[in-house]
Design a protein around this ligand. Structure first.
Ligand SMILES: O=c1[nH]c(=O)c2[nH]c(=O)[nH]c2[nH]1
Length: 335
């Protein structure tokens, strides 16, 4: 939240600035074993942007109704859209930092900016080619699955902008594992009605965020140190696959440890998860394996956990980097 130096909270801005830029610079990233993703052609580089500003000089617009220093939020929207045309980079973080730095350069009385961009994902489609299916490169499908985002708070600095805080993230990842998850051994007392479960259909909603040691690794894709949300997604699904989880708490911690291990450029990762375990209607048929489930009813449980690089070597986590590919201390690898 944007605050003035005297501690007062003061900001205004524009949300839902839908920005569809075509033919941004392609992003290339180093491959990781858990993912087929090695980059994005960025033919459609689309974002929903929220942009807010703060500064001492805006105080009189709140106190006296004096708009002399107020850049209209309608102008902010135009500023963002026009700068989408001139951004030469390949990452959401770089795009947000570019808008922020340009805004500081244009409006000398603005001292702080908070900006968030949620990527609007479009999936490339395949069409008939001479030697089998090939990517269209022209036609894309709007995806309502998980998507990447970035958010940062910038302060005016001697030269350009200083980063107060910057997070990258993956929102609304929804994963179901049909077998290989349990939840038992929890406190049993007069309030307990939940039966112990030794093989539950675990459906989770996940928001994952990560912070770089050096925020500029995220601004400049050409450094080769970008940690793309697509690889984070694939790493998370690999961990879900590999570990037989005793709880969501344990599962998100394993995902986080593997993220920190796989991406040494990250300083911190954090999770918010939501438990949407399907409700069982018809128990598993021992012969066919068939079961029937339905949507769970509210209220829903949630978990949160944040981890730093120091946790990789903290004995309490007993982290084993090979746990993604073979049985871990708690889990067994799935077929
Ligand atoms: O993974 C879980 N963690 C919990 O803390 C919990 N509590 C609950 O009712 N179900 C679950 N599942």
């Amino acid at each position: 939240m944007l605050r003035l130096r005297n501690g007062r909270t003061l900001y205004y801005g524009k949300g839902d600035v839908l920005t569809y830029r075509t033919y941004a610079a392609p992003l290339e990233v180093p491959a990781i074993p858990e993912s087929a993703f090695t980059g994005d052609a960025n033919v459609i580089f689309a974002h929903n942007i929220t942009f807010a500003v703060s500064g001492e000089s805006l105080m009189t617009s709140f106190s006296e109704g004096d708009n002399a220093q107020v850049v209209a939020t309608d102008s902010m929207k135009n500023f963002i859209l026009r700068h989408a045309a001139t951004y030469e980079g390949s990452t959401t973080e770089g795009f947000l930092a570019y808008i922020g730095e340009a805004f500081f350069a244009k409006y000398a009385h603005i001292s702080a900016i908070e900006v968030r961009g949620d990527r609007i994902p479009f999936q490339s489609l395949s069409v008939r080619g001479d030697e089998g299916p090939r990517e269209s490169g022209l036609v894309y499908r709007r995806s309502h699955n998980d998507h990447a985002h970035a958010a940062m708070e910038l302060r005016r600095a001697a030269e350009g902008a200083g980063v107060v805080e910057q997070w990258s993230g993956l929102s609304d990842l929804q994963l179901i594992k049909v077998s290989g998850s349990s939840f038992h051994g929890f406190v049993r007392d007069e309030y307990t009605t939940l039966p112990e479960s030794f093989d539950r259909p675990l459906f989770i909603f996940l928001n994952i965020q990560w912070r770089y040691e050096d925020p500029e690794d995220a601004w400049d894709g050409s450094r080769g140190r970008y940690a793309p949300a697509e690889q984070v997604r694939d790493l998370a699904q690999q961990a879900f696959h590999a570990y037989e989880s005793p709880s969501i708490q344990y599962l998100i911690t394993r995902i986080g440890l593997h993220m920190l291990d796989r991406f040494p450029q990250l300083a911190e990762v954090r999770f918010e998860s939501n438990n949407r375990t399907w409700e069982t209607i018809v128990d598993r048929d021992p012969v066919t394996g068939a079961s029937v489930f339905t949507e769970p009813r509210p209220p829903f449980g949630f978990q949160g956990f944040a981890m730093t690089r120091a946790d990789l070597t903290d004995p309490q986590f007993a982290f084993d980097a090979d746990g993604l590919h073979r049985p871990s201390a708690k889990g067994v690898a799935q077929p």
